[in-house]
Design a protein around this ligand. Structure first.
Ligand code: KG4
Ligand code: ZN
Length: 330
C-alpha cells in the first residue's frame, strides 16, 4: 500500500492536483488557474469553468505524478472535493477521481472543501491542536467554528450576506484594481493610511458577520469623493475588515479558551490579516496556526491533507457533488 494521497480540487475556478503524505509533506502540486478565462465577466462563469476543468484535469494529474516520480502503486487513496462549490466544476473532479480509483483499484474519498481549508494549516508542519477556534475567510465563506477535538465541527457564526473575500473582490473592482482583487487590495492598503472611518457591521455582539454594508459604504464614498486616494480607501477598508474579524476572534478566545486559533481560506493569504492575527494571539497566549501563504487559497494539497482524516477516522462520504455542503457534513 502506498503512502501518498492524490488530492484533486475543482470546486471553483482552479484545477489543482497534489500528492501529500500523512505528515503533510507535499511531494508535488500543480494548480491551473482560470483567471484569464473569467476576468472579462468580473466573476466565475460556471459553464466555462467546468469546460476548462475537463481540459486540464488529466494532463495536470499526469504532470504531478511524473514530477514526483510516482505510479498508482505509490498511492494510498484519492481524495476529491465533493462540495461546497459549483455543480459542474465539482462533477469533473469527482467523476475523474472515481474513474481513476476504479482503474487503479484504490479507495476514493469525497472530501469537504471547508475541512480542506482547515487542514491547510498542517501542510509542511503539524500546527493544529485542540480545542481550536477556526476563522475561515474565503471567497465563498466567512465563518467562525469551534473544534473541540478532531471529530467535532461546531459552527459559531457565518456571514449573513457577502463573504470577506467577495467584499475584497468587489471593493477592488470599485477601485478599478481588477482581478484578482485580494492581492491588489493588500498592495494598495500597505501603501495607504486608514484615515476614513468605514462602518464595522455587527461588531458589537455575537459571532455572525455581515459585509455587504461595508462594501456599499466604500462604493458610496468613491462615488461622492471625486479625488479619493485609492491607497487610503483600500487601507481604511482593510482596517474595517480587520477590526470586525479580530473583535469576533477575541470574543471567541475569551469565551471558549481554545489552545489554537486557525485562520484559513484565501483571505488568510493577506499579509495584513496574518499580522493582525499574530498580534491578537500574542496578546492572548493562544497559538496561531496559519497555512503556508501559498496554500491559503484553493489548492489540492489541503484536500489531500484532509483526506488523511477521512482515512484515519474511517469517515466515508459519497462521490455525488454537493454544491451546498456544510462544515458539519463529512
Ligand atoms: O479560499 P479561496 O481561494 O476560494 C474559496 O474557497 O472561495 O478564496 C478566494 C478569495 C478571493 O475572494 C480572493 O480575493 C481572496 O480569497 N484572496 C485574498 C488574497 N488572496 C486571495 N484576499 C486578501 N489578500 C490576498 N492576498
Ligand atoms: Zn476555498
Amino acid at each position: 500500500m502506498g503512502d501518498l494521497v492524490l488530492g484533486i480540487e475543482t470546486s471553483c475556478d482552479d484545477t489543482s492536483v497534489a500528492l501529500v503524505d500523512t505528515q503533510g509533506n507535499v511531494a508535488a502540486i500543480e494548480t491551473v488557474s482560470q483567471y484569464e478565462i473569467h476576468s472579462e465577466f468580473g466573476g466565475v462563469y460556471p459553464e466555462l469553468a467546468s469546460r476548462a476543468h475537463l481540459e486540464a484535469i488529466l494532463p495536470v494529474i499526469e504532470k504531478v505524478m511524473t514530477k514526483a516520480g510516482v505510479t498508482p502503486v505509490d498511492l494510498r487513496a484519492i481524495g476529491v472535493t465533493r462540495g461546497p462549490g459549483l455543480m459542474g466544476s465539482l462533477l469533473v473532479g469527482l467523476s475523474t477521481a472515481q474513474a481513476l480509483g476504479m482503474a487503479w483499484n484504490i479507495p476514493t474519498y469525497g472530501v469537504n472543501h471547508l475541512r480542506g481549508h482547515i487542514r491547510s494549516v498542517d501542510l509542511e508542519e503539524k500546527r493544529l491542536a485542540y480545542p481550536a477556534l477556526v476563522l475561515l475567510v474565503s471567497g465563498g465563506h466567512t465563518l467562525l467554528a469551534y473544534l473541540k477535538n478532531q471529530y467535532s465541527y461546531e459552527l459559531l457564526g457565518i456571514t449573513r450576506d457577502d463573504s470577506v473575500g467577495e467584499c475584497y473582490d468587489k471593493v477592488a473592482r470599485t477601485l478599478g484594481l481588477g482581478m484578482p482583487g485580494g492581492p491588489a487590495i493588500d498592495r494598495m492598503a500597505a501603501a495607504g493610511t486608514a484615515n476614513i472611518k468605514f462602518p464595522r457591521p455587527m461588531i458589537k455582539s455575537g459571532y455572525e458577520f455581515s459585509f455587504s454594508g461595508l462594501k456599499s459604504s466604500v462604493a458610496r464614498y468613491v462615488e461622492t469623493h471625486a479625488e479619493f486616494d485609492v491607497k487610503d480607501v483600500a487601507a481604511a477598508f482593510v482596517d474595517a475588515c480587520l477590526d470586525v474579524l479580530s473583535t469576533k476572534v477575541l470574543r471567541g478566545i475569551n469565551e471558549l479558551k481554545p489552545a489554537t486559533l486557525a485562520v484559513v481560506g484565501g483571505v488568510a493569504a493577506s499579509p495584513q490579516v496574518r499580522a493582525c492575527m499574530q498580534n491578537i494571539t500574542k496578546q492572548s497566549g493562544v497559538t496561531l496556526c496559519l497555512p503556508p501563504q501559498k496554500w491559503a487559497t484553493d489548492n489540492a494539497a489541503m484536500i489531500a491533507m484532509a483526506t488523511w482524516d477521512y482515512i484515519e477516522q474511517g469517515i466515508t462520504a459519497d462521490l455525488e457533488p454537493k454544491p451546498n455542503l456544510k462544515l458539519g457534513d463529512a
